[in-house]
Design a protein around this ligand. Structure first.
Ligand SMILES: [Zn+2]
Length: 259
C-alpha cells in the first residue's frame, strides 16, 4: 500500500491507535558499534541493566544520527489534531513527547527504589542527569565507575538506593504507568463504533502481549478498523486481518521519515 493511501486512511479515521515498538530504541542504528556493545556488556555484567535505556540514548546522541528524532517529529506531526493514543514499548524518552502516550516499559525520566517499593517514584533531578551523563561518558571511554548508586536520594520506605524506572530494572515498579494505562483502556473502549486506524510501528516480539496481540484483537472486533503493520521482518498480518489491513516490509523509522 502506498504512503499516500495510508495518509488518506489517517485523514478519514476518527481515531488513531499507534504502537511504537522496540525498534524505536535505536538499536539498529547503533548496530555493531563496538564501544556501544562493550558498554552493554559491562552494564549487564555489573547488574546495571536499568541503565541500558540511558546508554542507548547516550550512544545514539554520540552517533550524530538524527533519523530517530525526525521519525518522532513526523509522528507527532501526523497525530496533531487527531484523536489518538500511543502505546510505546520503546524506553526512548522521546517517545513520550509525540502526543498522548503510555509507556508501560518506563523510560529514563524517573527513578524508583531498586527493591521496587511502591509509592517511591520521583523525577530525575538536574544533579541526577549530570551524574548520569558523567557515568555514561566514563563508560564511553571504557571505564565503569564502581558505585552502588549515583542517583540522588534513597527510598523513603526501605532506605535502599534508587535506579531508573524502566522494565530493565530488576524490580520494575509497574505502578508508574498504571494511571495512564487506565486512561488508555478507557479510550480503547470508546473506539469500538468509530472508524479506527491502527498503526503498528516497529513492534517485534519482545513484549507481544502489550501491543501486537491486543492490537490485532482491537482491529478484528472493530467493524470500521484498518490495521497497518510496519516492520522490516515481522510485517505479516493474521489471516483474519488480511482483508482489513496491510503489512509493509520496511523499517518503521525509515517509513516515517519518508512519509
Ligand atoms: Zn525501597
Amino acid at each position: 500500500m502506498k504512503n499516500e493511501e495510508i495518509l488518506e486512511k489517517l485523514r478519514q479515521a476518527d481515531m488513531v491507535l499507534v504502537g511504537l515498538g522496540e525498534d524505536f530504541d535505536g538499536i539498529e542504528i547503533l548496530g555493531q558499534d563496538e564501544g556501544y556493545l562493550l558498554g552493554c556488556q559491562k552494564l549487564r555484567d555489573a547488574g546495571l541493566h536499568w541503565l541500558l535505556p540511558a546508554w542507548n540514548e547516550f550512544c545514539l546522541k554520540k552517533t550524530g544520527d538524527r533519523s530517530l528524532d525526525r521519525a518522532f517529529e513526523k509522528l507527532a506531526d501526523i497525530l496533531q489534531g487527531k484523536n489518538h493514543f500511543v502505546v510505546s514499548v520503546s524506553t526512548n524518552s522521546r517517545a513520550g513527547t509525540v502526543g498522548r502516550v503510555v509507556m508501560p516499559c518506563g523510560s529514563t525520566l524517573e527513578k524508583q527504589c531498586a527493591a521496587g517499593c511502591k509509592g517511591t517514584l520521583s523525577k530525575m533531578t538536574d544533579r541526577d542527569k549530570d551524574r548520569l551523563e558523567h557515568f555514561l561518558e566514563e563508560l564511553y571511554a571504557g571505564q565503569l565507575i564502581e558505585e552502588a548508586s549515583f542517583l540522588e536520594g534513597n527510598c523513603p520506605v526501605c532506605g535502599g538506593s534508587l535506579v531508573l524506572h524502566n522494565v530493565y530494572a530488576e524490580n520494575y515498579n509497574e505502578e508508574g504507568y498504571l494511571e495512564q494505562w487506565k486512561l488508555y483502556t478507557k479510550w480503547l473502549q470508546g473506539t469500538l463504533h468509530h472508524s479506527l486506524l491502527v498503526l503498528e510501528l516497529g513492534v517485534g516480539m519482545r513484549f507481544p502481549s502489550v501491543i501486537r496481540w491486543p492490537f490485532e484483537k482491537v482491529a478484528f472486533f472493530n467493524q470500521k478498523a484498518f490495521f497497518c503493520r510496519i516492520h522490516e521482518k515481522l510485517y505479516q498480518l493474521t489471516k483474519e486481518l488480511s482483508e482489513k489491513g496491510c503489512g509493509i516490509s520496511k523499517n518503521a523509522i525509515d517509513w516515517l521519515e519518508e512519509l
